[in-house]
Write a protein that binds this ligand. Sequence first.
Ligand SMILES: C[S@@+](CC[C@H](N)C(=O)[O-])C[C@H]1O[C@@H](n2cnc3c(N)ncnc32)[C@H](O)[C@@H]1O
Length: 287
Amino acid sequence: MSQEPTRTATPSPSVAAPPPPSPLGTMEPWNLVATGYAAEALPYFQVFAKAALDCLNPGTDARIVDVAAGPGTLSLLAAAAGMRVSAIDFSESMVAAFRERAQRANLMDRIDLRQGDAQQLPFETGAYDAAFSMFGLMFFPDRAAGLRELRRVLRPGKRALISSWVPFDGPFGELLRAAQEVIPGLTLGGGGKPPMTDPEDIVREMTAAGFSSVAVKTVAHELTAPSFDAFWELMQRTNAPLVLIRHRMGEQRWSEVAPGLRERVRGRLPSGPLLIGRGAYFGMATA
Ligand SMILES: C[S@@+](CC[C@H](N)C(=O)[O-])C[C@H]1O[C@@H](n2cnc3c(N)ncnc32)[C@H](O)[C@@H]1O
């Protein structure tokens, strides 16, 4: 992993039209992938969670908030370091995976874990030393509300960090395009540019939420699959949009469509190892 120098950007006065709602802003796909995510995707996300904690460096006795916490990726690292953590996620299965991991690590006594919509936080105002939302707030239908809530819970002068993906179309883009071709009428919403994947947008939105000293850092960390077969298997277990497509079709229809879809995608990708992710943007700002 490498971290490029932090860069700041001037907030743009123009306000972009809101993108269409993404299914990733709903619970359904996250409930479907929680088990595979906790079992297989977690190590990749942990790299960014560790980098985020290093960036804000809240101190081992800090009180922190982890918003859209998933299976506790950042929360458990923070609690293991001694921090007290208030965490929230709206997916029942993600919260169950979080609780299971935290109990196994004997960390629940440092964690206040809630299930709920993080666009409104059930946490105290002005009480926290750092606030994080790793690849979660980016999907909220009302990101402005999510950001205002992050700011509200922070002690004045303390910092928030949100992460989003560095845009990368790659094999997963091919997969979704092929799915649109072979599954007539497939509508997943969320088309167009993914949310918060432009540093200018991150600066503008955090500034509009009342944060100051907003800066965006690029954290480069590649995700690769050793082969097409490994990519296909991983996507079927951990990729929220693909798992949602399969669930909505039902197993019978999926078994009819999947072989053709697989071959279509395979034909468009190079043989050998595949690059499937490049890294993340960290938006950091002071309350
Ligand atoms: C890609 S996962 C990231 C999980 C974790 N932060 C990590 O870094 O591994 C996105 C998470 O956001 C959660 N999420 C999305 N929208 C949410 C909302 N409005 N309120 C609470 N959680 C939400 C999902 O349930 C999912 O667990």
